[in-house]
Design a protein around this ligand. Sequence first.
Ligand code: CA
Length: 374
Amino acid sequence: MKRRTFLSALGLGAAAAAISGWIASCSKKEEEQGQGPAVMVPGKTEYDWKMVTSWPPGFPVLGEAAERIADKVNVMSNGRIKVKVYGGGELVPPLGVFDAVRQGSVEMGHSASYYWAGTSPATQFFAAVPFGMNAQQSTAWLYRGGGQELWDELYAGFGLKPFPAGNTGVQMAGWFRKEINSVDDLKGLKMRIPGLGGKVLAKMGGTVVLLAGSEVFPALERGVIDAAEWVGPYHDRRLGLHQAAKNYYYPGWHEPGTTTELMVNKQAFDALPQDLKTMIELACTDAHVWSLAELEAQNSGALLDLVANHGVKVRQLPDDVLRGLKRAAKETVEEVAASDPASRKVYDSFLKFKEQNDQWQNISERAYQYALTV
Ligand code: CA
């Protein structure tokens, strides 16, 4: 009534009446056609899916990205596809994700492809490579440089469809009980550092200790290990690693921009209508951008806090140490590429893209970063 009065006061009584009449006739037409009004009414759930992850329940950013994908897909599809997310160990072990999705006991998994190196060494190139590509470069390779096609081909062999679904950005080199001043300081160093990074450290004379997240802090604090890498300031502070060692080294040469993945059982994915396939793809793209943005935002604040309030000494790895690690990384990755044809094929594409793109990065991103320091 108020609206009618207001419109009447403006001399628009006739228009108001016409609009009201039109709205009423539209509603009537919809009723006649058996359609409800065009408001959000949850659609019938057509797909009730499960997503297992490698992350502890409630894990910041990486676990949140998995939840975010499930939420976005639910909202976009108006409830036609519902995905329940499980933390690592809740339904299958954290490293059981690949097999669970592959066998079809669940439809989706959120993880990082380097965990499957034992099944297929080529998977590692889609997550992180020591001295490999940063987040910007690997994103370009995956989306626009042929990386996704190679990933699709590799995973199709396991009955899976992969999507990039997050990136950590450059990680930190880790927490060290003692300072690292030369390559000799790496000899005999007992460090928690998984994957290819661990192989590189072993080549430099270090000893790799494999520990799950929850075991890292007590081992470092008690001196069972001399050093440990985890992710970056935001995650590392949460694990309390600054209370176990004070030397916090950069850069994360071993994980220069780790891509996380969403894998979908291929048979289940192929059976979806095209609109739902596109929604899953877009939810992954969203998670990819969101993860990187969230970590860029959170890491900077956490780093300031660690330095200002926790006595953390942030140190750069010396040039000769980085040089040695880089040489060992090249050897390590070449060995992987030589170990099977799939790895060779993926690494050739990875390396070709990186070498070409490095030329551009040198005069764009890196030149700009340098310009800030002059
Ligand atoms: Ca890491």
